[in-house]
Design a protein around this ligand. Structure first.
Ligand SMILES: [Zn+2]
Ligand SMILES: [Zn+2]
Ligand SMILES: [Zn+2]
Length: 172
């Protein structure tokens, strides 16, 4: 009698747990969908102006990250002559909308590029050309170092470094 009662209680517990995990699964699924939708809407909500479109297409067409002055020079060749403040404002709007990202190198000059997954850069000391370096093994090793530092009491929020030297063109 007791054993039967116990098994009923036990089974209803299992049943409840299964229900709860189903509910949790659907809630998390909805959260993921919602995030995706809100991100897309944010991109769509950003009105496309001729200048904004042109900046995006310039960044997209160049294989290397660019400075505002470099972008401005190309804009000028296309018959557009916005002042620096206007371009900077556009860059900030595009960053807020996750369409581009910025980073600064050792000289402090800010470079912009189309939004990509986390990666690092190689800077040529001769021609100053920047190459994007995305390497899984590198990130895994950095992650291990970060974990060890955390164990030692450091609080790591992000990592930021670049490689320097001579690019392939400048070495030959
Ligand atoms: Zn070079
Ligand atoms: Zn890059
Ligand atoms: Zn990294």
């Amino acid at each position: 009698m007791f054993r039967k009662r116990f098994s009923i209680v036990f089974e209803s517990w299992i049943y409840l747990l299964m229900q709860l995990s189903c509910i949790y699964f659907f809630i998390s699924l909805r959260c993921i969908c919602f995030e995706k939708i809100s991100h897309n809407t944010m991109e769509k909500n950003l009105r496309s102006t001729p200048l904004r479109t042109e900046i995006l297409s310039i960044l997209d067409s160049q294989a290397t990250p660019m400075t505002v002055s470099e972008i401005q020079k190309i804009l000028n060749t296309k018959g557009m002559s916005p002042n620096k403040t206007t371009v900077y404002r556009q860059m900030e709007t595009l960053i807020t909308n996750n369409m581009i990202q910025k980073f600064s190198l050792r000289d402090g000059v800010v470079h912009y590029e189309i939004q990509k997954l986390h990666h690092h850069h190689f800077v040529c000391r001769d021609c100053e050309r920047i190459t994007c370096i995305a390497d899984r093994a590198l990130e895994e090793n950095i992650h291990k170092i970060e974990q060890n530092l955390m164990k030692d009491g450091f609080h790591i929020q992000k990592h930021n470094f670049s490689f320097e030297g001579k690019c392939r063109t400048c070495t030959t």
